[in-house]
Write a protein that binds this ligand. Structure first.
Ligand SMILES: [Fe+2]
Length: 213
């Protein structure tokens, strides 16, 4: 399957500068390289990108910079997983504590991998902090509340929603409605309540990204 090296940005043209487009092109070149290493991560990355970018636009409609950082950060959020051995990444039985530790390293490892390639602190924060929790119980930095960047809080919710609704080696995907209920159940604990409200509104509004249908 041929992989496109460029992809039109999801945000509307008038919001996007030449610098933003160059950032997208660079990101898609990285994705094309990544896809040969980790094809199983590709579709997840694209769905999370569409959902997270829609959330960013819904939450901050006038902030094109946030939308672009979120789009780039979401595309690359799991790049660190390319360093995880396949037998751990695709394991269907319960993970050993040591294996869980390897999996959990992917957020920090991803940011480290990208640091020399992407000159954007906001994007690197999204990659490093997309598994932080609103109550400080996440990883790798145990940040809480607004200490987690808004971009990372958005990608965290989009990532969780897609993980819940997709079939994985270790579980069958649940319905969108069931996933939204689970997000609400952990709103204010794992997830930023403002982002949980936004994903619910997006789902009910008919502005839901087509890749998520
Ligand atoms: Fe992740």
């Amino acid at each position: 399957m041929s992989i496109p090296t460029t992809r039109k940005p999801i945000v509307s043209e008038p919001m996007v500068s030449e610098a933003h487009l160059a950032s997208f092109d660079r990101t898609m070149q990285l994705m094309a390289l990544l896809e040969t290493e980790a094809q199983s991560l590709r579709e997840h990355a694209y769905r999370v990108t569409d959902l997270a970018t829609s959330l960013a636009v819904a939450l901050r409609p006038d902030d094109a910079d946030l939308a672009v950082k979120v789009a780039v950060g979401a595309l690359l959020h799991d790049v660190g997983k390319t360093t995880i051995p396949t037998h751990i990444l695709n394991k269907t039985s319960r993970l050993e504590p040591s294996e869980m530790m390897v999996i959990r390293c992917h957020a920090a490892v991803g940011a480290t991998l990208l640091q020399p390639l992407i000159d954007d602190k906001g994007v690197l924060e999204i990659v490093r902090n997309h598994h932080e929790h609103w109550d400080g119980s996440g990883y790798p930095d145990k940040l809480a509340g607004n200490a987690i960047s808004l971009g990372a809080r958005i990608v965290s919710v989009a990532d969780a929603f897609d993980a819940m609704t997709s079939d994985r080696p270790y579980h069958r995907g649940i319905s969108s409605e069931a996933a939204l209920k689970l997000l609400y159940a952990s709103s204010g604990k794992a997830w930023d309540p403002e982002v949980v409200e936004a994903i619910s509104s997006l789902y009910e509004s008919g502005r839901w990204p087509r890749t998520m249908v």
